[in-house]
Design a protein around this ligand. Structure first.
Ligand code: PAF
Length: 258
């Protein structure tokens, strides 16, 4: 696997691949890779000729009181995982914003409510960095997990509205044995909190089977679960979305309502 830190070097490599008609798969990540990310890489490997994984903890998508400083960083392990998974390039820049950066990408429909309401400015940061990464890597395909369901909606809308020539590929959530969706933030959980997080995932799964009452059922069930504070439970586009706080850790999940 080739590690590239310079945006210009990535752009040169990507342009060369594009000219020779290669299908390029992009897997954007913030590192701290787990089996969910590797699933994205495997899908990209299956469908593309070349795979670029980006590792960049994007500061602009974190609010001032959020976990940017403590967000897990494990570069050597991440590189080893990318190598094993068969990535061709890992793009790991030190910084992608000039000190006087002043251009932002704002999607104003799918970004409202849910995560958008709880994390003001989050999707502006996500949309801006994702467009930057798409312009640097020039992928034909870009892979995003369904776990960050609202993020996926925002990116799909962004690509549609701005005519970005890329196919966005949603990849199903990878879960632990007890149902908890894999997330880099799960490692913040103490053993007791980890048990509660599993129960949260099971309650989302159960509530999603309750059709149109899914959100009401989930709100009701979570009230009885001590140690778990509900942020929101909402149905949107036929999926049940939920966010909770367990101790100092914020977790999100979503499932198709059935
Ligand atoms: O899903 C993530 O890890 C991030 O939001 C992304 C898409 C890499 C942008 O920083």
């Amino acid at each position: 696997v080739k590690v590239i830190a310079s945006p210009a070097a990535l752009q040169r490599q990507a342009a060369q691949w594009l000219r020779s008609g290669r299908r390029i798969g992009l897997v954007p990540t913030m590192g701290a890779l787990h089996a969910g990310h590797l699933e994205l890489v495997h899908r990209a490997k299956n469908e593309c000729d070349r795979v670029i994984v980006t590792i960049y903890v994007n500061p602009t998508q974190f609010g001032p009181k959020e976990d940017l400083a403590r967000y897990p960083r494990q570069r050597r392990k991440d590189l080893a995982l990318c190598r094993q998974a068969g990535a061709d390039i890992v793009f790991a820049p030190a910084n992608l914003y000039l000190p006087d950066h002043s251009t932002w990408v704002e999607e104003t429909d799918r970004s409202t409510g849910r995560e958008g309401a709880s994390r003001p400015g989050h999707f502006r940061g996500v949309a801006t960095i994702v467009l930057k990464l798409l312009l640097l890597a020039r992928p034909t395909h870009a892979y995003f997990g369904r776990k960050d369901g609202q993020q996926l909606e925002v990116i799909q809308r962004l690509v549609r509205d701005l005519n970005v020539p890329v196919k966005i590929v949603p990849v199903p959530t990878v879960r632990d044995r007890d149902g908890l969706a894999l997330s880099s933030r799960n490692r913040y959980l103490s053993p007791e909190e980890r048990l509660l997080a599993g129960t949260f995932a099971q309650l989302v799964h159960f509530a999603a089977s309750k059709g149109r009452s899914a959100a009401t059922v989930l709100r009701h069930d979570l009230k009885k679960l001590r140690g778990v504070q509900l942020d929101y439970a909402e149905i949107s586009g036929g999926r049940l979305y939920a966010a909770v706080r367990i101790g100092t850790t914020r977790l999100i999940d979503n499932e198709r309502v059935r």
